[in-house]
Design a binder for this molecule. Structure first.
Ligand code: PLP
Length: 384
């Protein structure tokens, strides 16, 4: 089979399965509204949960950072790319989340790859929630360690796997709030079991940080758990981009000495670190934003309970509506778009086969009228 043949065949299969993925050029994307091809929609597919991507203080932070330090870092952190703006942000994050250290990465994907790549060695094992993010599962399956997945949010399933003896070290991997289901991990149980088995816990809290817990400190804080390794990302509630690993001094030093993702990659632009400091401040003072988000979630769930599709058991900003087939999910997404609501359909392989869904995301920027408009469009679609 030639390269050409392999590629043509994969593309044909993707099309035939109604799985074709397409990017859209957004002409305007302001958290609660979106303009595509000249048409304006209410926007229900954004991870910008607090609307900070459009916040004047965050935008001003980025501009101020660029005035101070220019457009880019110019080198990896280990060479000359590490600026006072990065150092201050790391210190603020560590202090906020109660860790001795924070290390910045250019993305959550990179951070997860880096953590697993560096820690997992031969004879070790990684026990990961079945629905963990692609960046975690990919890294784990490419690592020399053995990967075993446990049933989603099921600490008994984890216990069964932990009971099997292992020659090397054990890393348990889960998320705070799951990206496609919107549900929360039982972190307390998972952390207790992991500790008893003398393993370490890695929690990716991409969707919890900024949104839940006192001052938006995330899922771990909310459940009073302190994993050895906490990854937080800045592309969602922070409204920017990037990520950080929270850990103790020895782990941070180990990464600075040996993590190839940190050593051989250009540092995040210092201006971005400055924007992130501004976003962090908004998050710390963001109780009003979080209250608005939670009021929207409650309003949506109350109105959606009678819809014919399965609404997932989720208290988070992620409110998936399970439709089933790919074509049906695409058709519903199209019907909603015709009614002025933009909601992306999520299909396999991102979610298990037969569970194609509308991944509705709510934000603090939505008004109660926005939520009502979406509910009306959904009930109209259901009535057809
Ligand atoms: C979005 C996401 C990531 C990737 O983060 P980026 O900063 O967008 O690369 C990692 N893990 C989870 C759970 C996510 O939802």
């Amino acid at each position: 089979m030639s390269w050409q043949h392999r590629i043509t065949q994969a593309l044909a299969q993707r099309r035939a399965a109604d799985g074709w993925r397409q990017r859209h050029i957004t002409e305007e994307n302001h958290t609660r509204s979106l303009t595509l091809a000249g048409k304006r929609y209410r926007h229900f597919s954004s991870n910008d949960y607090l609307g900070l991507s459009q916040h004047p203080a965050v935008i001003a932070g980025w501009q101020r950072g660029a005035d101070i330090a220019g457009a880019g870092a110019g080198a990896s952190s280990h060479v000359t790319g590490f600026n006072r703006l990065h150092a201050d942000l790391e210190a603020q994050l560590a202090d906020w989340l109660g860790y001795s250290r924070a290390l910045l990465f250019i993305s959550g994907f990179a951070a997860n790859q880096a953590v697993i790549h560096l820690l997992a060695e031969k004879n070790d094992r990684i026990l990961a929630d079945k629905l963990a993010h692609a960046s975690l599962l990919d890294a784990a399956s490419h690592s020399p360690a053995q990967l075993r997945r446990f049933s989603h949010n099921d600490s008994h399933s984890l216990a069964t796997r932990l009971a099997v003896p292992c020659e090397g070290e054990t890393l348990v991997v889960t998320e705070g709030i799951f990206s496609m289901d919107g549900d929360s991990a039982p972190l307390r149980d998972i952390a207790d079991q992991t500790r008893r088995a003398e393993g370490w816990l890695l929690v990716d809290d991409a969707h919890g940080i900024g949104v839940v817990g006192e001052q938006g400190r995330g899922s771990c804080w909310q459940q009073a758990v302190k994993p050895e390794l906490l990854v937080v990302t800045f592309g969602k509630a922070f409204g920017v981009s990037g990520a950080a690993l929270l850990c103790d001094d020895a782990i941070a030093d180990y990464f600075l000495q040996f993590s190839r993702h940190l050593i051989y990659s250009t540092a995040m632009p210092p201006a971005q670190a400055c924007a992130l400091q501004a976003a962090l401040q908004q998050i710390q003072q963001g109780d009003a934003l979080r209250q608005r988000l939670y009021a929207n979630i409650q309003r949506f769930r109350a109105g959606a309970a009678s819809l014919p599709w399965k609404l997932m058991q989720s208290e988070s900003a992620i409110q998936p509506l399970i439709v089933g087939g790919n074509a049906e999910a695409m058709a519903l997404s199209k019907t909603l778009a015709d009614a002025g609501c933009w909601v992306s359909a999520i299909r396999p392989p991102t979610v298990p086969p037969g569970t194609a869904r509308l991944r509705i995301t709510l934000t603090a920027a939505h008004t109660p009228e926005d939520i009502d408009l979406l509910l009306e469009a959904l009930h109209d679609a259901a009535g057809r």
